[in-house]
Design a protein around this ligand. Structure first.
Ligand code: HEM
Ligand code: HEM
Length: 199
């Protein structure tokens, strides 16, 4: 077990992998409920609620994660990672964080503005109020954007995962750092306001 190393904390690793799983499942569910919808209305209703609950969980986890990021920064980059790759990785990370918020928000706006009024029940029990009225014009825009940016999120995440595997194969600890908390080969840490070794 790695101890007292400047790697990702267990909480942050769990949030990362759970979010990745939720996005993958939520994306497939979204496509299935929209394009291969079952005839049975109850099943369709349950699929929508599950899809919406997954997306709401993604937002909640992302807000938590961004708070931890702001408080603790990130572990040091691998010492031999070229500057341009750090910049590219950092830009992709920012885009992923932005999409993790924007995609579910657009999904929520789609649900709220849909001409057919269907309530949003988080985990089937907690009602989430719709802050906008049914509006076919708004729905047409936000539901298209929701799909387009969901596809962008998944494509970016695939590129990001490929880069992580590529770096792993080059012998860098990037992937193991996110998988089991290994510390990257040491270098100076990026802004961190917490003295803790675990980030
Ligand atoms: C990361 C989170 C999410 C992803 C990846 C995602 C992905 C998708 C995808 C791929 C579709 C199919 C769209 C199409 O083919 O036209 C869809 C539809 C939909 N999503 Fe999401 N979604 C997410 C979060 C949410 C949330 C949080 C809500 C609501 C609270 C939501 C509500 C909807 C609704 C209502 C539709 C159907 C829209 C329509 O009828 O055109 N989604 N989503
Ligand atoms: C929807 C799927 C995914 C999303 C949204 C996502 C998002 C992110 C974000 C935002 C970061 C930056 C963390 C930070 O600097 O605060 C990150 C880091 C990381 N992710 Fe993912 N990720 C996903 C899937 C994956 C997959 C499938 C892999 C591996 C196969 C992976 C491997 C990594 C690694 C190794 C890091 C650490 C990178 C570094 O230290 O520079 N991610 N991820």
């Amino acid at each position: 077990m790695p101890a007292e190393q400047a790697g990702w904390s267990r909480t942050r690793r769990r949030i990362h992998w759970i979010t990745a799983l939720l996005v993958a499942v939520g994306f497939v569910f979204g496509l299935v409920m929209k394009h291969a919808a079952p005839d049975d209305l109850l099943t369709l209703f349950l699929m929508f609620q599950l899809h919406k609950s997954i997306g709401i969980a993604v937002i909640a986890l992302t807000v938590w994660r961004l708070m931890l990021r702001a408080l603790r920064g990130r572990p040091p980059w691998e010492a031999d990672l070229p500057e341009w790759q750090r910049r590219a990785a950092a830009s992709v990370h920012i885009a992923l964080y932005a999409l993790l918020v924007v995609v579910p928000v657009l999904g929520y706006l789609s649900a709220a503005s849909a001409p057919r009024r269907v309530p949003t029940l988080f985990l089937l029990v907690i009602p989430i109020p719709h802050i906008v009225e049914a509006d076919p014009g708004l729905f047409a825009v936000v539901s298209r954007l929701h799909l387009a940016l969901a596809i962008l999120l998944v494509l970016l995440a695939c590129g990001h995962a490929a880069a992580a595997v590529h770096n792993h194969r080059l012998g860098r600890a990037t992937l193991l750092a996110m998988w089991r908390g290994d510390a990257p080969a040491r270098e100076q840490a990026t802004p961190a306001h917490m003295p803790s070794a675990r980030r």
